[in-house]
Design a protein around this ligand. Structure first.
Ligand SMILES: [Ca+2]
Ligand SMILES: [Ca+2]
Length: 389
């Protein structure tokens, strides 16, 4: 079902408690707002935990510590067991091409992290002649008392070709239910390559955990970089997540309007830049999805945009209302967007304002929602913990 939804904001003060360096700063949050009708849901209790320098992504280790990437090229491990959380620096992070939308990106644990200690991470890598592209590597992760380290770094995947500019890397990493590795590869703001299967711009790729190509990928016969492609015609995919029923969902930025949530199918073409429910930034029209039946339409499109940060499916116990729902962080929606998903249909059902560009939301081991702000005026983005209100 396709919907265009206005951003509804209610005013309202919200109780918050804080710890860490920004405890005195208020979180500009309000009530959870139903996107249709007036149903109200229990609000969240919001704690400010600490802050980071332009944080981009995070992942909990099995021991409850939190690994956080910062866009300029640093990684930190946050130990939450102490009364005041302690940050340990992570050494061995490769040099990243920091600028524009690029830098250090996502981080994910190997499905067998408990046995092998391997983490995956993505970043913008410089190339010859003022070019760059997304890269995914993996490394052994170890921690001592004062610092953690990456070692035995291996290349897993490179976006190809490297091109000019510093936008639309996407480079979101997720492991599927069967242990496959899925990577979002943005169109690098070059548009037309998204329809050309001879490169990996504007695609979602599927690999084995070691970076090799599964023999049953849809375009293996094309060989080379193309063999990794699972779906194409994408723009800038910042959300990539598996629903409990195994459906893969991608959440991507549209141009001026037309953010999309897509149920991703093998070999699917999602239309960019031939069709979009948005327009070009200069106002030039782009035919909408419903003008062409040869491209797969989004389950939800948003105008005005939410400008997604990421996407996660909630499976915890402390918010029964949201179990099985998708939750998107929003840079322009300044909060969280809750989406009800049923098979390959989806509907936005609520929003929760947080008063800042929200880069990332994940579920913690205790079922709480952990939220990273993108940045505030001083480039610091706070880490928030949301529990039952
Ligand atoms: Ca599309
Ligand atoms: Ca359009």
């Amino acid at each position: 079902m396709r919907r265009t939804l206005a951003w509804m904001l209610t005013a309202g003060l919200f109780m918050m408690t804080g710890c860490g360096s920004n405890a005195a700063s208020p979180v500009d949050s309000g009530a959870i707002v139903a996107s249709e009708g007036s149903a109200s849901d229990p609000a969240f209790r919001v704690e400010v935990v600490t802050d980071f320098d332009q944080p981009w992504a995070m992942a909990f280790l099995p021991d409850g510590r939190l690994l956080v990437t910062e866009k300029a090229g640093t990684m930190q491990l946050l130990d939450l067991s102490a009364e005041v959380p302690v940050k340990l620096p992570v050494t061995g992070v490769p040099e990243v091409d920091f600028g524009g939308q690029g830098g250090l990106g996502d981080v994910a644990l190997h499905p067998e992290f408990n046995e092998n200690g391997i983490v995956y991470f993505s970043y913008a890598e410089a190339g010859p002649g003022d070019t760059r592209g997304a890269i995914v590597q993996r490394a052994r992760f170890d921690c001592g008392e004062a610092a953690c380290s990456l070692s035995d770094i291996e290349d897993v995947w490179r976006q190809a070709p490297k091109v000019s500019g510093r936008g639309h890397y996407s480079h979101r990493i997720v492991f599927g239910p069967d242990g496959d590795l899925w990577i979002a590869s943005g169109d690098r703001q070059k548009m037309d390559p998204s329809q050309d299967l001879g490169n990996t711009l504007g695609t979602i790729v599927r690999l084995n955990a070691d970076g090799s190509v599964p023999a049953d990928n849809p375009f293996v016969d094309l060989g080379g970089d193309s063999a990794a492609i699972w779906s194409y015609g994408h723009r800038n995919i910042l959300g990539l997540a598996f629903a409990p029923d195994g459906v893969l969902w991608d959440l991507e930025h549209g141009p001026a309007g037309g953010d999309e949530l897509n149920a991703v199918v093998r070999g699917g073409n999602y239309g960019w830049p031939v069709v979009s429910d948005g327009k070009h930034y200069d106002g030039t029209d782009i035919p909408n999805h419903d003008t062409r039946d040869d491209f797969l339409p989004p389950a939800v499109s948003w105008t005005p945009v939410i400008a997604p940060g990421n996407l996660v499916f909630y499976g915890g116990d402390i918010f029964p209302r949201w179990r099985g729902h998708a939750i998107a962080s929003g840079l322009k929606s300044f909060g969280l967007v809750f989406v009800e998903v049923d098979g390959d249909n989806a509907t936005e059902v609520a929003r929760y304002p947080l008063g800042a560009r929200i880069r990332c939301v994940i579920e913690g081991p205790d079922g709480a929602l952990w939220v990273l702000e993108d940045e505030r005026g001083d480039s610091q983005g706070r880490l928030l913990k949301l529990t039952a209100g």
